[in-house]
Design a protein around this ligand. Structure first.
Ligand SMILES: N[C@@H](CCC(=O)N[C@@H](CS)C(=O)NCC(=O)O)C(=O)O
Length: 264
């Protein structure tokens, strides 16, 4: 009934998986390897014209974009409901999700990962830039989609190669955390007394920021409410299933390394 196209360790996929687990739903998983560019293959572009994960299929309805998917799941499967009933809180939830969506997480991740992981990720974007014109040529019926993707990838590539731009993105993290801290000194969850989709989204993001070594921004009691909140998020069973268990399977990783580092 539910099928999810996702990628291991993908932030946007993790948001959707968190919701599926919170709601105790089962789904059929289709794992795509972003490092071998399975997301750019014609059959996937036909499903998701932007060539990104995640994509949800529910009874032959295709839903794309993680923010749309989590909302869709909450409407279709309201038990437990992850949207507050009060309209002011619903607006608040929207605001927290938008704040996160407007933040360039993709550039932040690809620009900040260090070591081999960073090299592989940044190379993968360069390879995409070379691959897309070829795909466009061999699949003229998907020209518009590939052209839009190429434009996006060029911009993405130019940002992650530019240290000044990445530093400027990095400086925007702290003010965002300060907003969260102000809220979390007042309420247990971002929208009051119950866990909501806003908390889902920020679970994935805060965890990723920590992985990128930005955890120092809330360590040492600098943002104590936020730090305690992250511990509460991590204590939920959904965190363990959707995020901790989300490592890239070894054969996929090896295929990705071969493709990005050796070009085969
Ligand atoms: N706004 C989209 C963004 C999706 C997105 O950027 N997904 C990333 C993984 S987290 C992806 O597929 N990247 C591969 C690519 O863009 O080629 C969403 O929230 O679903």
């Amino acid at each position: 009934m539910l099928e999810l196209y996702s990628a291991p360790e993908s932030l946007c996929s993790q948001k959707v998986k968190l919701v599926l687990v919170e709601k105790n739903l089962e789904w059929k998983s289709h794992l795509l390897n972003l490092l071998t560019f399975e997301n750019l293959q014609p059959n996937y572009i036909q499903l998701n014209p932007k060539g990104v994960v995640p994509t949800l299929i529910h009874d032959s309805r295709v839903v794309t974009d993680s923010a749309m998917i989590v909302r869709y799941l909450d409407e279709q499967f309201p038990n437990p409901k992850l949207t507050p009933t009060e309209s002011t809180l619903q607006e608040k939830m929207k605001g927290w999700i938008e704040l996160q969506n407007q933040f360039p997480m993709r550039e932040l991740m690809y620009g900040n990962f260090r070591g081999i992981e960073g090299i592989v990720l940044r190379r993968s974007v360069q390879i995409k830039q070379r691959l897309l014109p070829k795909l466009m040529q061999s699949h003229p019926e998907l020209q518009a989609q590939y052209e839009a993707k190429l434009k996006d990838v060029r911009q993405w590539n130019s940002i992650i190669q530019d240290r000044k731009k990445i530093d400027s993105i990095n400086r925007k993290i702290e003010p965002m955390l300060t907003q969260l801290e102000a809220q979390l000194t007042q309420t247990e969850w971002l929208c009051g007394v119950t866990y909501s989709l806003a908390d889902v989204v920020w679970t994935a993001v805060l965890n990723r920021l920590e992985k990128l070594k930005f955890g120092y921004l809330w360590a040492d009691n600098t943002h104590p409410a936020l730090s305690a909140y992250l511990n509460r998020l991590k204590a939920r069973p959904s965190f363990k299933t959707a995020i901790q268990g989300d490592e890239m399977p070894l054969p996929m990783l090896l295929a990705g390394l071969r493709r990005t580092l050796l070009g085969i």
